[in-house]
Design a binder for this molecule. Structure first.
Ligand SMILES: Cc1ncc(COP(=O)(O)O)c(C=O)c1O
Length: 443
């Protein structure tokens, strides 16, 4: 007789408590994905969906890459797992050296973890530990930005600035403050590339320094382009100004490149695109093309060196994860780097970005579109929301798009898109065409 715990059960949707999902609504009208290849998904019934979002901004090299599969399989045969605490395995060191070679400036050390959320919490901890190691232990305050998304750890939601991700969790981390967000459609609506107005918003950091004093501030964390809130490229000159102010006051600058890292803007990292080198950079998603969960914090030389203090037999950073630098993730990430290099995918994204920009902005005349913005192979479209029902229009547009064969992201009444970097021009046309229909049908 089959033991009760392994007895077959009817396939219903009840048991899975879905993340970031309206569970009851979804389970009444599910959207299931069963197969993926290239830039497409297929539903269990075989309906084809074009992937306008690279999964969740993560499948940059497209789905079902044989080279990554082979690398993971080889690693699984060779060694499934090895701890990274007081032990090591060759692939982790090899990968870190490859990342260091790809990164700009002296961002040449890599700390690995398993997600963007872990990367953010790790970066915040490294920043606090570094300030303390250099004798500035009073610098404990962390500065984020309104509308920022930095994952779901307590550190990440504390510095994050999206209200629905914060309001359920009480006080979170103490001693956090926020810069204002940079979205200003009154001055910048329908910007192509970087919005012209708003660099002065970086000066708000000077106001926070005047309020709290620099001696209490450890680090500032921003996404170079805010992603989850609906894709907001920074105003021209903004990130450069933030860098200058941080330097002036001994504050570490952290770029959360979980979305912008690995080619989204047509350069390896947003730091390359903007010519601004942060002290720490968080990554995930495109690092492994989403095949095996992985995240990382890239650290500049002075930060790493600053932590390599004290007696040599003492652990410098009491932080890490069982699966830090998991061999399967390292194998996948290395194979992904080969693909990015061999297929020139970052350059490809750069070449396609003006075609993408033209396509996106052609939606300007669709019903109720109030703003469109873009950079690299990403973009956001604001829709006029329905009175008294924030998010309803955005959700309906997302559902319509899915029914018509396109996957988009929705945040309140904003639609965001970020296709895999292997997308073809004709497929961009298809995405824009379906988006236009979905926006009209959900108006
Ligand atoms: C900028 C940014 N940081 C952090 C995260 C969190 O990553 P994860 O969902 O892998 O924890 C995300 C996820 O979308 C993100 O966009």
């Amino acid at each position: 007789m089959t033991p009760a715990s392994t007895a077959p059960v009817a396939n219903n949707l009840d048991a899975f408590f879905m993340p970031f999902t309206a569970n009851r609504q979804f389970k009444k009208n599910p959207r299931l994905l069963a197969r993926a290849k290239g830039v497409h998904y297929w539903t269990p019934e075989g309906r084809r969906i074009i992937d306008g979002t690279a999964g969740l901004w993560c499948v940059n090299a497209g789905h079902g890459r044989e080279e990554i599969k082979a690398a993971i399989a080889r690693q699984l045969d060779e060694m499934d797992y090895a701890p990274s605490f007081q032990m090591g395995h060759p692939k982790s060191f090899e990968l870190a050296a490859r990342h260091a070679a790809l990164l700009p400036g002296d961002l040449n050390h890599a700390f690995y973890c398993n997600s963007g959320s872990e990367a953010v919490d790790s970066a915040l901890k490294i920043a606090l530990a570094w300030q303390r190691a250099r004798g500035q232990g009073t610098r404990t305050r962390l500065i984020g930005r309104e509308r920022g998304y930095h994952g779901v750890g307590f550190g990440g939601i504390s510095v994050g600035g999206m209200v629905n991700n914060r309001k359920q969790w009480g006080v979170m981390l103490p001693g956090v403050d926020h810069l204002p967000h940079t979205h200003n459609p009154a001055r910048n609506a329908f910007s192509r590339g970087l919005p012209q107005h708003g660099a002065e918003l970086a000066d708000e950091l000077e106001r926070l320094v005047a309020l709290h004093d620099a001696s209490t501030i450890a680090a500032v964390i921003v996404e170079p382009c805010a992603g989850s809130t609906g894709f907001l490229p920074p105003p021209q000159g903004y990130l450069q100004r933030l860098r200058e102010i941080c330097d002036r006051h001994g504050i570490l600058l952290i770029f959360d490149e979980v979305i912008t890292g690995f080619g989204r803007l047509g350069t390896a990292f947003a730091a390359d695109f903007f010519g601004v080198i942060p002290d720490l950079m968080t990554v995930a998603k495109g690092i492994s093309n989403a095949t095996v969960p992985m995240g990382g914090v890239f650290v500049r030389k002075h930060v790493y060196d600053g932590l390599m203090s004290g007696p040599e037999n003492v652990i410098e950073l009491f932080h890490g994860y069982t699966y830090s630098a998991h061999p399967l993730a390292c194998a996948a990430a290395s194979a992904v780097l080969d693909i990015y290099r061999d297929e020139g995918l970052f350059e490809r994204a750069r070449e396609l970005s003006s075609y993408w920009e033209d396509g996106l902005h052609s939606l300007k005349d669709a019903p109720g579109v109030t703003d469109i913005r873009n950079l690299g192979l990403a973009g956001g479209i604001d829709l006029d929301g329905r009175k008294g029902a924030p998010g309803a229009r955005g959700y309906d547009t997302f559902v319509k798009a899915f029914e018509l064969g396109l996957m988009v992201r929705q945040s309140t009444d904003t639609i965001a898109m970020s296709p895999p970097l292997v997308i073809e021009r004709g497929q961009i046309d298809e995405i824009i065409d379906i988006a236009r229909k979905a926006i009209a049908q959900a108006a």
